[in-house]
Design a protein around this ligand. Structure first.
Ligand code: ADP
Ligand code: TRP
Length: 343
């Protein structure tokens, strides 16, 4: 029926993965081990589109210079961590204005009740905080983000699955209402091994809890932070269950498999101090991120390179989003006959 669906029926076509990440702060270990690492791995499996969700971030970051800084840092961090602009398309959400128009089209088929049930808005309201329409309609923008690129799979953390369901819902409603198959229905892909990364206080690592270990913070500061991670006061001699200890969990993210199993034995045997584990985390983190730190240092001193990567990414992304938007405009009667807008 519609050209947009062709590759879906062609088994040889490569799956297209798409995901976005909000530039609301510097990335931390939770973001990397819980999400970014898996996004980057997917660039070798099929086509990959990744963007920095600056429009979404506007619902929380209201200082222009900070936002600009976060966007830039996010781009540099992602490339430093291994996102390869040759294999994946990396771009900034607001560089693709087609998405904003698509958001409106989807807004007209979005039931209020559906959005009222979405947790970002619901949680804020439950806390008695004032929410704006941006937060309320956040899932519609997210749906447009996904549908604009004919994404097949959307790798996300557990917290975002509800939004993918909303996206499927809106796409299905639009398709049904206008008797088309304009939108490809995406599937969420829960990122593998995305265990909850603990923060320096043992709770889930999150910027909102101020318990993060940032990926690229200065090494001496990072060491200090790690050495101050809270621990329990069990005696040194006691045997401990490694799986229940947040220091062990952190070590298992950065340590080599051999070192991690040795550490597990040490826990079971007992007779060690937590200071040793902390030092092991510091040393292993240094090795794990050495290459990324080096790449980051180079990218930072070469402003043009990252601008160029984002410009190329935006161009590729706009080409895809432009087609999808045209299909949607035509389906609902916005474009006149030829399906083209006057120049
Ligand atoms: P924060 O909680 O610091 O604000 P975000 O909500 O911006 O982090 O996180 C972006 C993505 O990073 C999340 O959707 C989730 O997949 C992942 N993530 C964040 N923190 C953790 C964590 N502690 N453990 C595992 N994954 C996490
Ligand atoms: N809402 C997502 C988050 O907070 C970020 C995001 C925006 C996204 N648009 C998206 C993720 C589209 C996947 C697909 O983590």
């Amino acid at each position: 029926m519609n050209s947009g669906m062709q590759s879906q029926s062609n088994p040889a076509a490569r799956l297209r993965a798409l995901s976005g990440i909000q530039p609301t702060g510097r990335f931390h270990w939770g973001n990397y081990f819980g999400a970014i690492r898996q996004y980057i791995e997917l660039q070798d499996v099929g086509e990959a589109f990744y963007f920095i969700a600056d429009l979404h971030a506007l619902t929380t970051v209201r200082e222009p210079d900070r936002l600009r800084g976060f966007v830039r840092d996010a781009a540099i961090d992602l490339v430093a961590l291994g996102l390869d602009p040759e294999r994946a398309t990396l771009f900034v959400q607001s560089d693709v204005p087609e998405v904003a128009e698509l958001t409106w089209l989807l807004m007209t088929v979005a039931p209020m009740g559906l959005l009222e049930r979405c947790h970002a808005y619901k949680d804020k309201k439950a806390k008695g905080l004032a929410a704006d329409a941006g937060l309320f309609t956040y899932p519609v923008l997210m749906a447009a983000d996904i549908l604009a690129y004919d994404a097949d799979v959307v790798p996300v953390g557990e917290d975002q699955v509800q939004h993918i369901e909303v996206c499927r819902d809106l796409a299905g409603t639009f398709n049904h209402l206008y008797g088309t198959d304009v939108f490809r229905l995406p599937k969420p892909r829960l990122v593998d091994g995305a265990a909850k990364v603990p923060g320096t206080d043992g709770q889930k690592m999150s910027k909102s809890y101020e318990n993060t270990i940032e990926l690229f913070e200065e090494q001496a500061a990072q060491k200090k932070k790690i050495m101050r991670i809270t621990t329990d006061s069990r005696p040194m001699e006691a045997s401990k269950n490694p799986e229940q200890d947040h220091l062990y969990q952190l070590f298992s993210l950065v340590g080599s498999p051999e070192d991690v199993s040795e550490m597990a034995e040490l826990y079971q045997r007992g007779g060690f101090g937590y200071g040793e584990v902390k030092k092991a985390i510091v040393a292993a983190a240094k090795d794990t991120f050495a290459t990324a730190r080096e790449r980051r240092r180079k990218l930072e001193s070469n402003a043009h390179e990252i601008d160029e990567i984002l410009a190329v990414g935006a161009k590729r992304a706009r080409a895809v989003a432009g087609h999808v938007l045209e299909r949607a405009r035509e389906a609902c009667g916005l474009s006149r006959s030829s399906g083209r807008r006057p120049e």
